[in-house]
Design a protein around this ligand. Structure first.
Ligand code: PBG
Length: 325
């Protein structure tokens, strides 16, 4: 063996490994998804996501301040309305006093400027059938009627001070419709975080509990087929052409190849969403003592960064930011 054959030389000491590390993980690379529920006096733990809570308005503010102080890059807010407030078109999504819009105003007031406030711009939490859009007479999700609702929702969210709108519904043309609607109303500074590639995933399971989803069935007529890779580049191209400011891939861990593809082709920053099922799997295995919790979390986040994410939505954002700073 010659001296050229010894890559272990660069792995010998922590200092040497640090010197040559290619991928970094910093608090700013982490975005915390949060849930605010209507009518809650106390935060309520989500049983399938131990350590993650549906927040009351008070606990939302506190958790947001804690996250911002830890240096996280942003917060992504989801709203959980009372079941009796859901309807066929998700009216509460665009009502200024709907739970999500109230929560967004609280975040903008509490931590606006310290971290980036992001809103989930999708109807599924607010519809009584649980789909991400409005249904046609035959029960299918009506793409173009849904776009009108998304624009109404986006305008209400922009008015709260939310800086980035997360278009997670996978309707065709959603980025363009929302961009046009925002611009026409003068919200030219409100940005769009486009879920460019979003797959119909079994790993969303715990999230359905987190938001009290009413969905029966699945989202396979609008979210992507896990079998497909090429169409993510098509989705990316469309979102870029329609005016996406940032693009996202979701889920993360089972889709790292897609993330790499998107990162290689995108002309805007790329995010990835480490979703509920990814959180719950690591949490459950760690609870059983089967894996080292912190090691697994850090490795998962590093892997997502290495695959091409500029930042990662993760339910561990605050905790990991504390470790990293
Ligand atoms: C729906 C939405 C989902 C998630 C975020 N937005 C679930 C779904 O598409 O069914 C999942 C997030 C997670 O699992 O952590 N607009």
């Amino acid at each position: 063996m010659t001296g050229l054959d010894r890559p272990r030389r660069l792995r010998r000491t922590p200092a040497m490994r640090r010197l040559v590390a290619e991928t970094t993980l910093e608090p700013r690379h982490l975005v915390l998804p949060m849930f605010v529920a209507d009518g809650l006096a106390e935060p309520r733990e989500i049983s399938s996501m131990p350590g993650v809570f549906q927040h009351s308005m008070d606990s939302l503010r506190k958790a947001a301040v804690e996250a911002a102080s830890a240096g996280v890059g942003g917060l992504m807010l989801f709203g959980v309305p009372r079941p009796e407030d859901k309807d066929a078109v998700g009216s509460q999504a665009s009502a200024p006093e709907g739970i999500l819009n109230r929560g967004l105003r609280a975040l903008a007031q509490e931590v606006g400027g310290d971290t980036v406030v992001m809103a989930d711009t999708c109807l599924d939490e607010f519809t009584d059938h649980g789909h991400c859009g409005v249904l046609a007479a035959d029960g299918a999700v009506d793409n173009d009627v849904t776009l009108d609702r998304y624009v109404e929702m986006a305008l209400a969210q922009a008015a709260t001070g939310a800086e980035l709108l997360g278009t997670s519904g996978m309707m065709d043309g959603q980025v363009g419709a929302i961009r046009a609607g925002l611009d026409a109303a003068g919200y030219t500074d409100t940005g769009i975080l486009a879920y460019a590639a979003k797959y119909a995933s079994a790993f969303y399971g715990p999230f359905r509990e987190a938001v009290g989803s009413s969905l029966k069935g699945d989202r396979r007529t609008y979210q992507q087929d896990p079998a497909n890779r090429r169409e993510s580049l098509r989705e990316l191209e469309l979102d870029l052409a329609e005016g996406a400011d940032i693009v996202m891939v979701k889920p993360a861990m089972s889709y790292l190849d897609i993330l790499r593809d998107v990162a290689d082709h995108s002309t805007v920053p790329v995010a990835a969403y480490q979703i509920s099922g990814e959180y719950s799997m690591i949490t459950a295995a760690a609870e059983r003592g089967w894996i080292d919790r912190r090691g697994a979390i850090e490795e998962s986040l590093l892997g997502i960064r290495r695959a091409g994410a500029d930042f990662v939505l993760t339910y561990w954002a605050t905790e990991a930011a504390h470790w990293l700073s």
